[in-house]
Write a protein that binds this ligand. Structure first.
Ligand code: ZN
Length: 380
């Protein structure tokens, strides 16, 4: 068992959706007991994908390029038992009520979904009339974003505007007992993290208030993000990619993780997300749209596995970027750890190939040996 820390061989007692007990051996006799033999398998916490376009995203090439909604098995097949939904580029035809309803639907189907309030755009389009009320009164809303900066698709918020949003998110987070972080979409523009550095240097807002994402999209941004993480920020790699992006200088997640660790970035400061169901538009230097693909949730664990297999990052270290780290940074209660009192969200891996063999979400087996035992309402 990797909880994510390596704990050796354990038995786990699950009651309803909770982990009740873990021990070398658990002696229990109740008639309703079901036993799962996980011999030859490693057990890790269910994966958290904290940046997914649950209701689709994009649309940079017109209406026909709006990407579709995600279904339950798009997550559970690949070990993702918790997701944080975001809107993205199009905050006009994609709305907060639709995002919240989708998050609740997926949660009813057996996984757990949270959401951020807003989209790329400034001013932030909230569900209620303010960021504060969204965080205080809507249980699923844990932060703000993804707000776009350093991108030709951004609303180009000024330093003062972004500072105000971050301050609101921070106070709302404190009052609601939630993370209140601001998820920042970084584009390809040369100013990169500049706005965030200014807020960190010129105001008392701590660096931990942000969760900048797509930080591996080019070498310059990646290196600046490495500094950001060393100063106490949490930086997020995007695992969905296409060969063209990598050819043009995107840093592969597996190699980027290994490089950050070699440069003494604490593992606690790194997360991976899939950017699933996002459009992955390919623009020319002049900003013309050349083509468009779609982000995939399966890339989340694949990138972690590649870091272990190809880059030699130990499993108990690598797995943190999709389990305990997002749970801690986004304050997702009962998530990211295998421990009594946590949700029984478990992924079973083949101990040799590290392939996903089984997935349990809140005590229910969703996948076993490649067979989906639970499906979404319209997947049956
Ligand atoms: Zn984005």
């Amino acid at each position: 068992m990797y909880a994510p820390e390596k704990l050796g061989q354990k038995e786990i007692l699950v009651a309803n959706e909770w982990i009740e007990e873990m021990n070398e051996e658990i002696d229990i006799s109740v008639t309703s007991l079901t036993t799962i033999d996980a011999g030859g398998l490693l057990i890790v916490p269910g994966f958290i994908d904290s940046h997914v376009h649950l209701i689709g995203g994009g649309g940079e090439g017109g209406y026909a390029t709006r990407t579709p909604e995600a279904s339950l098995t798009d997550f559970t097949r690949y070990g993702i038992t918790t997701a944080v939904g975001v809107i993205g580029t199009d905050g006009i035809t994609r709305t907060m009520p639709a995002l919240l309803a989708k998050a609740r639907g997926l949660t009813e189907e057996g996984m757990t979904c949270f959401i951020h309030t807003g989209s790329y755009q400034f001013p932030v389009k909230t569900l209620t009339d303010t960021i504060e009320k969204d965080l205080l009164f809507i249980p699923e809303i844990v932060g703000v974003g993804e707000i776009a900066i350093a991108d030709h698709r951004s609303s180009q918020p000024t330093l003062e505007e972004l500072t105000k949003v971050t301050a609101e998110a921070r106070v709302a987070g404190m009052l609601s007992g939630k993370a209140g972080i601001v998820n920042i979409h970084l584009g390809d523009a040369p100013d990169g993290l500049e706005l965030l550095w200014k807020i960190v240097h010129e105001t008392p807002i701590p660096i931990s208030q942000f969760h900048p994402t797509h930080i591996n999209r080019n070498r310059t941004l990646f290196e600046d993000a490495m500094k950001f993480a060393k100063q106490g920020g949490v930086v997020d790699f995007t695992t969905s990619t296409v060969p063209t992006f990598l050819e043009e200088g995107e840093v592969a997640c597996s190699k980027g993780l290994a490089e950050m660790l070699a440069n003494n970035v604490p593992i606690s400061q790194i997360t991976f997300t899939s950017d699933g169901q996002a459009s992955l538009p390919h623009f020319s230097k002049k900003g013309e749209l050349l083509g468009l693909q779609i982000g995939k949730m399966h890339s989340l664990y694949e990138a972690v596995k590649e870091a272990v297999v190809a880059e030699g990052v130990p499993l108990d270290v690598a797995i943190q970027v999709i389990t305990s780290n997002p749970a801690r940074h986004l304050k997702l209660a009962h998530k990211g750890h295998i421990t009594p009192g946590a949700h029984a969200d478990l992924v079973f891996l083949d101990e040799k190939s590290l392939e996903i063999k089984g997935v349990m979400a809140k005590g229910v087996v969703h996948m076993w040996n490649g067979e989906m035992e639970q499906k979404g309402t319209f997947e049956k």
